[in-house]
Ligand binder design. Structure first.
Ligand code: IFM
Length: 467
């Protein structure tokens, strides 16, 4: 059993704080062409020579499409309150427009009902990057028509299952889709145009706002929001050049999304930097983007350090690094959450993703991933610190439930708290999963006993499926 990692200040979290685990469709489902699913930009991108580090794809992934019931049992055995997952747009509407695929819709509807039957709240994301290929062939997020197709898609999902969803997230990490996908070309669709990237980012934000309006006007029962990937951006040195570069990066990563969502304008310094690459914005767009949200999610992994001299080498900081080469920097999460709360009128916040890839070893049916447990425990404490400074937090979700397809890194990077043997598809909860389950179990006991902190015992014996 796991050793006792500084139990998060468990008393700092209210009883209704939502604890969860997260996944996304393309990364776990597989069944790339089954039951009428259409192709997505990630199916296409995986076929590009050199695009994916291990030349893998999402065709099989974790076979979640076939194994979803067992996977939901696993989720339930962790004792979480919520499961965050995404719908594959091309599985439910293969061309992105036109006919809907009943089998795809049934799959997600069964999953939502399966979660509710297990007492778990469904947190559904509409767009976790797998845009239907057919829409990409018409320009993808760089063209305005995709905004309207997305709104129809959101309405269709809400009509079908919105009455049973806790939340609907429009987009997961628009910065990643726009900048890595359209500007740097290292993610799907693999384009290299700053102008296209910025237009895509505007259309993602606009489609978010318009979808919220459309869902509200059809009476959606789900709480609505968006998820951004954010980090505090720090200057490598105190030189003016580094500080200016860090300010610009902060503008491109954080203010480019937070300002329009909460203040109704794009940051002027970034617009000046973009010049002709700035997006075309029509009258009314910024108003739509500002449509109030019920919650907002933040995905946090590390800080970003910026130097005017070029990319910062994370090895020079002396901080522990994950297998992605990302610094372990929980203080950054507190800093970020406090800033969001201070600088913007944010709705209640969630950490919708947090976790780490580490070099796991499966030995005798166990994975002793102390580094991951330590990472998670320290970040949960960072959330508690933010809450003690007045930040309204509603939940925390570990990324990820399962080892899965880590995009351009393929299957080599393992983020799961549950190990997946890709040859057999066997799931083995790692020590981090057992620790998380023990922590949640201790919390439930704590509340059953009327509150008061209960330490997470080193030898807690909580039954997790497959352990
Ligand atoms: O795996 C991804 C996820 O799809 C989006 N957020 C970051 C994770 C780790 O890179």
């Amino acid at each position: 059993m796991t050793k006792n990692f500084a139990p998060p200040s468990i008393a700092a979290f209210p009883q209704n704080f939502v604890w969860g685990v997260a996944t996304s469709a393309f990364q776990i489902e597989g069944a790339a062409t089954q039951d009428g699913k259409g192709p997505s930009i990630w199916d296409d991108f995986c076929r590009r020579p050199g695009a994916i580090a291990d030349a893998s794809d999402g065709n099989i992934a974790c076979e979640h499409y076939q194994r979803w019931q067992d996977d939901l049992d696993l989720v339930a055995s962790l004792g979480v309150d919520a499961y965050r997952f995404s719908v594959s747009w091309p599985r439910v509407r293969p061309g992105g427009t036109g006919a809907w695929n009943e089998k795809g819709l049934d799959f997600y509807e069964r999953m939502v009902d399966g979660l509710l039957a297990r007492g778990i709240r469904p947190y559904l994301t509409l767009n976790h990057w797998d845009l239907p290929s057919e829409l990409q062939s018409q320009g993808g997020w760089a063209v305005r028509d995709t905004v309207h197709r997305f709104v129809e898609y959101a309405q269709g999902i809400d009509r079908r299952m919105g009455d049973r969803l806790a939340t609907i997230t429009t987009h997961n990490e628009p910065w990643v889709m726009a900048v890595l996908g359209y500007e740097q070309g290292i993610f799907a669709p693999g384009l290299k145009s700053r102008a296209a990237a910025m237009q895509a980012s505007h259309h993602l934000l606009l489609s978010h706002g318009m979808a919220l309006q459309a869902l509200r006007s059809q009476g959606s029962k789900a709480r609505l929001g968006i998820v951004l990937n954010l980090s505090p951006v720090q200057s490598a040195t105190d030189t003016e050049a580094d500080r200016a570069q860090a300010h610009l990066e902060d503008g491109r990563l954080l203010r480019w999304y937070m300002d329009p969502l909460f203040t109704g304008s794009y940051p002027q310094d970034v617009l000046d930097f973009l010049g002709e690459d700035a997006p075309a914005v029509r009258d009314g767009d910024l108003q739509a983007i500002q449509t109030p949200m019920d919650f907002m999610g933040v995905n946090y992994y590390s800080r970003s350090v910026v130097s005017a001299q070029g990319p910062w080498d994370t090895k020079q900081s002396g901080l522990a690094l994950t297998d992605m080469g990302w610094e372990v920097y929980p203080e950054g999460l507190t800093e970020l959450l406090v800033r969001m709360h201070t600088d913007y009128q944010v709705p209640p916040l969630y950490v919708t993703e947090n976790g780490g890839a580490f070099k796991d070893q499966l030995v005798d049916g166990k994975v002793h991933d102390a580094d991951r447990t330590d990472y998670i425990a320290r970040h949960i404490n960072a959330v508690a610190h933010a809450m003690s400074q007045g930040v309204r937090m509603e939940g925390y979700m570990v990324w990820s439930l399962l080892d899965n397809f880590e995009w351009a890194s393929g299957y080599a990077k393992r983020f799961g708290i549950v190990h997946v043997d890709y040859a057999t598809q066997k799931r083995t909860p790692k020590d981090s999963a057992l620790w998380y389950a023990a922590m949640l179990h201790a919390r439930k006991q704590q509340w059953a006993q009327g509150g008061g902190p209960v330490p997470v015992a080193a030898d807690s014996n909580v039954a997790v499926a497959g352990a």
